[in-house]
Write a protein that binds this ligand. Structure first.
Ligand code: ATP
Length: 209
């Protein structure tokens, strides 16, 4: 079980996946909060059944999976429904996160979450690593990657923490405003540091036991 958890976050299109892959190449495992958020509403889950019971069968597609656009529309127009959904999903997601984190065995583990700080998941982390870049570049890289409009990306960015607020909560920052080649040395440097911190934390735990 990995004892040391680094929360990795950043806004849409900032390079979380790209940076996570570089850490993976160094043998560091990660848990992805977005994947878990999808897992907890898969067909057959208690959460999906509860959503269908609460909001009606229109929340399910013909194959029994979640009708995401219908759910999004429903909670967009009904604040009580949104609160109900959050109270259902957040504990389920947290529980699953902790289970997955506990199953990791690398010297430290990354908890990758776009909304790490918005959802207070930093409470489970020893450090917060923010991937940072200017908003204009964030927008252009997202537009180059996804089939979305500038307005859609701007709306997502507006719903996330501002760059300034995110940076204010960072212990470490990877600046991703240049080439992909310039990311690797930053990752290598942090990897070394995290190995040291994880080892020190482990020693402290064994001293106290
Ligand atoms: P999201 O939160 O939207 O899933 P993300 O934070 O995981 O995004 P990535 O998918 O890693 O971001 O990166 C966004 C896009 O920018 C990708 O197409 C990626 O290949 C590209 N990209 C990331 N870093 C760089 C870089 N340094 N130079 C050029 N392109 C980059």
């Amino acid at each position: 079980m990995s004892q040391y958890i680094v929360g990795l976050t950043g806004g849409i299109g900032c390079g979380k996946t790209t940076v996570t892959n570089l850490f993976s190449d160094l043998g560091v495992q990660h848990v992805d909060a977005d994947v878990i958020a999808r897992d907890v509403v898969k067909p057959g889950t208690a959460c999906l059944a509860a959503i269908a019971e609460q909001f009606g069968p229109s929340m399910l597609l013909a194959d029994g999976s979640l009708n995401r656009p219908a759910l999004r529309q429903h909670i967009f127009t009904d604040a009580t429904a949104k609160t109900w959904l959050e109270q259902l999903l957040h504990p389920a997601i947290r529980q699953q996160l902790l289970t997955y984190l506990a199953a990791c065995s690398s010297d430290y583990v990354l908890l990758v979450a776009p909304l790490l700080l918005e959802n207070n998941l930093q409470l489970y982390c020893h450090r917060v690593l923010v991937i940072d870049l200017p908003e204009a570049l964030q927008l252009s890289r997202t537009l180059a990657r996804d089939q979305v409009s500038e307005q859609q990306v701007a709306a997502i960015m507006a719903a996330q923490l501002s760059r300034e607020d995110r940076l204010a909560q960072a212990d470490d920052v990877i600046v991703n405003d240049s080439t992909l080649e310039q990311l690797l040395p930053q990752v290598q440097l942090l990897h070394k540091r995290y190995l040291q911190l994880a080892a020190a934390a482990k020693n402290m735990t064994s001293d106290n036991s």
